[in-house]
Design a protein around this ligand. Structure first.
Ligand code: DX5
Ligand code: ZN
Length: 236
């Protein structure tokens, strides 16, 4: 088992990438977020929090005050996925609040280099997300600023959407570019990741797996996390 323990994870000594599971709370009960976190506390590496502003995506979720409360309620590191129109304005505050990872979208950031650097300077890992229609090759020059690349495998905005198979070549391409770059950059996938799709993602080179419905739609979320991890490890 390659449980990575949050920010200490990466490429293992044996040369294999460490599989990490980041359950998304998007479709869980927002009135009970502390319990939602607790359900996966012993099994997951991260808690994935989807921040949506109803502008960048057609959905509205939670913002900084709720993330601040959640940080006090769980020991799991928080993986903030900012689907907001102005990440340059807001990203650093999530890092300063204590999020372990803060991801901004390529399509929204007007000053991605500055914002990614500010996230790192505030002590968080800097994540960079690409919507399905955004080519990864266009951002090769930015890889030095990035700790985690997120390839969206659905159009962002809602949980429970079907996985977009056509993103598999992009995951492979992203892994190839990361390999060429040489630094330690994690490759996250988000959207429709489940027992049916996680192996294809792992085979294509992903190592950090966001799963919403596949975890919180299950009767036993911790077990779902462990099963997904085992599947991804077998396929990596
Ligand atoms: C979608 C969000 C995802 C979402 C994934 O825009 O970024 O994190 O919660 O949910 P599932 O795994 O159900 O597709
Ligand atoms: Zn997400």
């Amino acid at each position: 088992m390659c449980r990575a323990g949050g920010v200490a994870a990466g490429v293992l000594d044996c040369g294999f990438m460490a599989v990490q599971i980041s359950p998304s709370i998007l479709t869980a009960d927002f009135a009970r977020l502390a319990d939602v976190a607790e359900k996966v506390a012993d099994a997951a590496d991260w808690l994935h929090v989807d921040v949506m502003d109803n502008h960048f995506v057609p959905n509205l979720t939670i913002g900084l005050p709720v993330v601040e409360s959640l940080l006090k309620a769980t020991d799991l590191p928080i993986d903030c996925h900012l689907m907001i129109e102005d990440p340059d304005r807001w990203a650093t505050a999530y890092a300063e609040a204590g999020a372990g990872s803060v991801t901004i979208h390529a399509e929204a950031a007007k000053a991605p280099v500055r914002t990614l650097r500010q996230i790192r300077a505030a002590g968080a890992r800097a994540g960079f997300a690409l919507n399905p229609g955004t080519a990864v090759q266009d951002y090769e020059d930015l890889l030095g600023e990035v700790d985690m690349l997120l390839v969206m495998t659905v159009e962002p905005g809602f949980g429970g959407q079907p996985f977009l198979d056509i993103m598999l070549p992009k995951i492979r391409k992203a892994r190839e570019l990361i390999g060429k770059h040489g630094g330690e950059i994690w490759l996250q996938v988000d959207g429709g990741v489940s027992a049916k799709t996680i192996e294809r993602c792992a085979e294509a080179g992903a190592d950090v797996f966001v799963a919403g419905n596949a975890v919180y739609g299950s009767d036993d979320p911790a077990r779902a996390v462990r099963d997904l991890r085992a599947q991804a490890e077998r396929a990596s």
